[in-house]
Design a binder for this molecule. Structure first.
Ligand code: DGL
Length: 269
């Protein structure tokens, strides 16, 4: 029996899911959260789907057994694409929210109807992404860019590499701007990439719209918890942070991006 006071589990390959956690905490300030960064097994984006599926299953099993989570947010585009259908099959009672590149909102916002999409290779090559893209045929031109190494550089907070890769990949996408034929909207299709937003802004200028999936995922989680009558009303919500490797990376990222100071615990799963 799901209890409203039980936590919501959130996981990503590493620190990227913090961009989703940030939106979740803003939308659901009374919820308890348990966040797992799978940094010991990251990055996911350039690994095969079998690895990502196995890790997603291991983490979900752990969150259910040890934390009795009432809902799960897969805060990773790559893991959502590879594993969410299997997790839903395995745990039909568990409300599960995934994240996918925000192509639809981007197509609606773009004036030039040319949209760049930065994501991992795993996401862009997935069947799930293909279905999403096909459903939007004719609504905009999407220029897809696999961004090998960028999530890893963000994971390591390697500023020089982040800047170099953002420059390389935005150049490969094409001409940004507001004239006809130019790209005026860029989808950040990996939850790590919002943490490179300032580098991207510096390269593209303030006019290009950067679209991530944090707010829609948080709203969907709110709706799902409400439907299940499982919204928390705790006045003192708890947040637990775990990492399967390099806990100092999650610690630094949580402090830097979300101003969170609770200790990150190392998880051996
Ligand atoms: N943050 C993940 C995503 O949204 C994956 C990054 C990675 O591990 O490659 O796709």
């Amino acid at each position: 029996m799901t209890q409203a006071t039980h936590p919501v589990g959130v996981f990503d390959s590493g620190v990227g899911g913090l961009s989703i956690l940030q939106a979740l905490r803003a939308e659901l300030p009374a919820e308890n959260f348990v966040y797992v960064a799978d940094s010991g097994h990251a990055p996911y984006g350039e690994r095969d789907a079998v690895h990502v599926i196995g890790r997603s299953q291991t983490i979900t099993r752990h969150l259910l057994a040890q934390h009795h989570i009432k809902a799960l947010v897969v805060a990773c585009n790559t893991a959502t694409a590879a594993a969410i259908h299997l997790l839903r099959q395995q745990y039909p009672e568990l409300p599960i929210v995934g994240v996918e590149p925000a192509l639809k909102p981007a197509a609606q916002l773009s004036q030039t109807r040319r949209v760049g999409v930065m994501a991992t290779r795993g996401t862009l090559e997935s069947a799930k992404f293909r279905v999403l893209l096909d459903a939007l045929q004719g609504q905009a031109d999407f220029i897809l860019q696999p961004c090998d190494g960028l999530a890893d550089a963000i994971e390591r907070q390697n500023a020089i590499k982040i800047e170099a890769l953002c420059a390389e990949y935005t150049r490969a996408i094409g001409q940004f701007g507001h004239e006809s034929g130019q790209i005026d909207t860029l989808v950040l299709g990996c939850t790590h990439y919002p943490f490179a937003a300032s580098e991207l802004r510096a390269l593209l200028g303030p006019q290009v719209q950067l679209i991530d999936s944090g707010a829609p995922v948080a709203r969907q989680t709110q709706r799902l918890l409400k439907t299940h009558n499982a919204l928390s009303i705790s006045p003192t919500p708890r947040l637990q942070l775990y990492a399967t490797g390099y806990p100092e990376r999650l610690q630094a990222a949580a402090r830097h991006w979300l101003q969170l100071t609770q200790p990150v615990r190392l998880l051996s799963i």
